[in-house]
Design a binder for this molecule. Structure first.
Ligand SMILES: NC(=O)c1ccc[n+]([C@@H]2O[C@H](COP(=O)([O-])OP(=O)(O)OC[C@H]3O[C@@H](n4cnc5c(N)ncnc54)[C@H](O)[C@@H]3O)[C@@H](O)[C@H]2O)c1
Length: 321
């Protein structure tokens, strides 16, 4: 039977999304270029760590609603959920999105819905639309094309996929409407319509906002270290102000998204994104600053005790438990 949905990319976001859709008794054909990923899923197992995903995948595969392969097949809805890393000069690399689009290109037919979920620089959805219509001119304006970013928290993905609000932006009003109608089958959170460029920027701005706020706390910790002030006490006191909420400083910024996504703005808008760019610098620098502190403490210990200290690094996992 022809699947209803083709999911390109079966990683931290694509696989849970595929499992969620399949759990609604919708036929999903998952695609990944990694044969190990495909084989693992087809055994009803998972290759990543995410609570309750194993049960969802096992059930979906067992009931025949989810299968994986290295190549796509014809469907009515295509979701692109491949990586979007950055290149040497902190420039976004959309080659995976292009490759995934190229793979579905010959399968597309009138009335199909093509959605990009991968975090993407502004204009990517329109670029892919142009690429599709250049190569399949007979389909011009006959496809529904939209962008819908993902904002789930690893560790709570299966819950947040269903309950988070989503921002959905089509390349035109009909595409937005079609994509909203698609997600409304699986998502209980509110679905907010907009255009593709705004939806792309929305995702980037959400993580840049976090990055800037964390950079503020990290910068305070550098200032306080020099000023001989306990930054933790300072922030606790400042947060007693009814309209002030300063985050806690750390040793930089981790995770999949926050340390990456702001570059998708600074690469395209270097003159305008001064604070966003500076926040990235501060948060990157903070890691080296912390490492220097540890090195200095280590040398001081050695000088004092005549032996090397053992160093414990607490909190090496980026999420609790
Ligand atoms: N992980 C998160 O918490 C998170 C949250 C929000 C958004 N995102 C975004 O979602 C996108 C996917 O992230 P992820 O964490 O799921 O990545 P991931 O690396 O876990 O998974 C991506 C999968 O895509 C496969 N792939 C690569 N190119 C392919 C191709 N051409 N065809 C088929 N499969 C291909 C890879 O083999 C991999 O298994 C990224 O743009 C990321 O920025 C991730």
């Amino acid at each position: 039977m022809q699947p209803e949905v083709v999911m390109i990319g079966l990683g931290y976001i694509g696989l849970p999304t595929a499992a969620l859709i399949a759990s609604n008794e919708v036929n999903v054909h998952g695609v990944d270029i990694n044969q190990h990923v495909v084989d693992t899923i087809n055994r009803g197992e998972i290759h990543i760590v995410e609570p309750s995903l194993d049960e969802a995948v096992a059930k979906a595969v067992d009931k025949g609603y989810l299968q994986a392969a290295t190549t796509p097949v014809e469907a009515n809805n295509y979701l692109i959920v491949v990586p979007t890393p950055f290149k040497d000069k902190n420039e976004p690399d959309i080659s995976f999105v292009e490759a995934a689009t190229r793979a579905v290109l010959p399968l597309l037919k009138e009335g199909d819905l093509y959605i990009i979920e991968s975090t993407s620089p502004v204009g990517t959805t329109e670029k892919m639309m142009e690429f599709i219509y250049e190569n399949r001119p007979e389909l011009k304006d006959k496809l529904f094309i939209a962008y819908c970013p993902e904002r789930v928290l690893p560790g709570n993905v299966m819950h947040e996929l269903v309950h988070n609000d989503r921002v959905i932006g089509g390349v035109n009003a009909a595409s937005t409407e079609k994509a909203i109608s698609f997600y409304s089958n699986y998502v209980k959170g509110a679905l907010h319509p907009t255009n593709a460029r705004t939806a792309e920027m929305c995702k980037l701005v959400e993580n840049s906002s976090r990055d800037v706020q964390i950079a503020f706390a990290n910068e305070l910790s550098l200032i306080c270290d020099k000023a001989g002030i306990n930054v933790w006490e300072l922030i606790e006191l400042a947060n007693k102000h009814p309209r002030v909420t300063i985050l806690q400083p750390g040793c930089g910024v981790g995770g999949h998204c926050i340390a990456v996504d702001p570059y998708f703005i600074t690469a395209d808008f270097p003159m305008e994104s001064q604070i966003i760019g500076k926040a990235r610098e501060i948060n990157n620098y903070k890691s080296f600053w912390c490492a220097e502190k540890v090195k200095t403490a280590k040398l001081q210990f050695q000088l004092k005790h005549g032996r090397k200290p053992s160093i414990a690094i607490m909190g090496l996992a980026f999420k609790p438990n």
